[in-house]
Ligand binder design. Structure first.
Ligand code: SF4
Length: 323
């Protein structure tokens, strides 16, 4: 049984946005009472449609987004209660890889300087030590030493994402949040970056939270997956359970939408089709938030929210069909 590296308890993230031409302000309920344990050395995937709150969850964990309430426990300490010194230390151990390698690198900085910057800011290492770490980190992600004297525009999208990954790793973090790390890349390059993440996890025992809408990436890369809908985790389990024994109607619908994961492909006749659009997170439905799109909706689903039901191996499902 793996030890927990981090625990998220009853996390809520809300923010205000303009209502546009109608004027006024609306509240977006982006993350609603998320509970999660992240185990040392695992890749935990967070999946769901655009707007489900998965990226906001990752940003809240690294404090790029303010949390309204809850706890983010890392090495026994609640990140939301850390003072500035503790937070600086936390940020060395928890890093993020962003979706777009084109905008996440400073075009005016050579790659060596881009990789050196976090070490200069966060450590008192000598220049020769910094040079050694930068060169070693570039090597870890498959970049030659010669690349370090070039600028971002001299690289392809895949190489830029390698640089962005190297920047996230240069402080030797324990936990890396990767937000759609391959979705901005050409399909031909995606496999290289996916394989790189797998190698990094296996060779350096890194812990990843992988935010993605791409179920095939999850199937290949992740150990466990959490399915998110309108700010809530509706199903959590090992990748094997999620793909071979999905229980929540939303998880089934996501899998049914992809031919290779559809129950038809596995010889089953059960197929759950996803109706309609994701409701606005500013005005989520009462009761079970999935009830407006669920083919199995019952009267009670519209009136109150289901609790988590626990199955074997940490598989949990939030649905009245299992209560
Ligand atoms: Fe569907 Fe009801 Fe289950 Fe929600 S609780 S997923 S509406 S059956």
């Amino acid at each position: 049984m793996r030890e927990n590296l981090a625990e998220i308890k009853n996390l809520h993230v809300e923010y205000k946005t303009d209502k546009g031409i109608f004027g006024g302000v609306q509240t977006i309920y982006a993350v609603n009472g998320v509970d999660l344990e992240i185990k040392k050395g695992e890749i935990l995937a967070i999946a769901g449609e655009s707007g489900c709150g998965k990226s906001t969850l990752a940003k809240a964990i690294i404090k790029l987004e303010a949390s309204k309430s809850g706890e983010i426990i890392f090495e026994g300490q609640d990140m939301l209660k850390m003072d500035s010194t503790e937070l600086k230390n936390f940020r060395k151990k928890v890093q993020m890889i962003f979706q777009n390698p084109y905008s996440s690198l400073d075009p005016k900085m050579k790659i060596f300087d881009t990789l050196k910057e976090p070490l200069k800011i966060n450590t008192n290492l000598s220049d020769s030590e910094i040079e050694r770490i930068v060169t070693e980190t570039a090597c870890k992600v498959g970049l030659d030493k010669e690349c370090l004297s070039l600028y971002p525009h001299e690289f392809s999208g895949g190489q830029r994402q390698r640089i962005a990954i190297a920047r996230a790793l240069v402080l030797n973090p324990e936990f890396v949040l990767a937000d759609e790390p391959v979705s901005a890349l050409d399909v031909s390059i995606q496999a290289q970056i996916i394989n790189l993440l797998k190698e990094l996890k296996e060779n350096y025992n890194l812990t990843f939270m992988l935010i993605t809408h791409d179920l095939s990436v999850i199937k290949y890369l992740a150990d466990r997956a959490a399915i998110m809908y309108l700010g809530e985790i509706v199903e959590l389990g090992t990748v094997d359970e999620i793909f071979n024994n999905p229980k929540h109607p939303y998880t089934k619908a996501l899998l049914s939408a992809i031919p290779q994961f559809s129950p038809d492909a596995a010889g089953s006749n059960e197929k759950t089709l996803l109706k309609g659009e994701l409701p606005s997170p500013s005005n989520p439905p009462q009761g079970c938030k999935f009830h407006t799109r669920c083919p199995y909706v019952m009267m009670k689903c519209k009136e109150k929210a289901p609790n988590n039901t626990n199955f074997e191996n940490g598989h949990t499902v939030k649905c009245f069909l299992y209560e």
